[in-house]
Design a protein around this ligand. Structure first.
Ligand code: RB5
Length: 151
């Protein structure tokens, strides 16, 4: 499974730690930045740009899922959700992370580097990537979301 990671300048260190964590678990990871430059300076990045970039990578199947991180997780997920086909959910704890895959068929998980610590973020990723979409009555509701996009 290939996971695309994106963040703004508030979340580089957390993004890098999580990429390492997921690589060690055997996932393929694509780093869409932002990052530090060669002088160790933060490459500033506005969260809407990164939300859109990773959102489009998910919808085009360049990657299977996305992980987006900004200060709160809100701006970057709201931006990704503007890309038709994206369902990005901000989750600050593991229960919501599991349920958003099982019920909403979310293809992007987001959180805030100023909200969750690294160990909690790892638990959130474990729950999200360990869960499966349940289909059934949830499929009908996800289809309704797609219909909103068309209108
Ligand atoms: C950047 O300072 C901050 O606004 C951003 O990371 C995020 O929290 C927006 O939702």
């Amino acid at each position: 499974m290939k996971i695309g990671f994106g963040c703004d300048h508030a979340a580089i260190d957390l993004k890098d730690e999580l990429i390492q964590y997921m690589l060690e678990k055997g996932y393929e990871c694509v780093d869409y930045g932002t990052n530090y430059d060669e002088d160790g300076e933060i490459i500033k990045c506005d969260y809407p740009a990164k939300g859109e970039e990773v959102g489009r990578a998910v919808v085009s199947k360049e990657v299977d899922y996305g992980v987006l991180i900004c200060g709160t997780g809100i701006g970057i997920s709201v931006s990704a959700n503007k890309v038709p086909g994206v369902i990005a959910a901000v989750c600050s704890e593991p229960y919501s992370a599991r349920l958003t895959k099982q019920h909403n068929n979310a293809n992007i998980i987001a959180f805030g580097a100023r909200v969750v610590g690294v160990e909690l973020a790892k638990m959130i990723l474990d729950e999200f990537f360990g869960a499966e979409f349940e289909g059934g009555r949830h499929q009908r509701r996800v289809d309704m979301i797609r219909e909103i996009e068309k209108r």
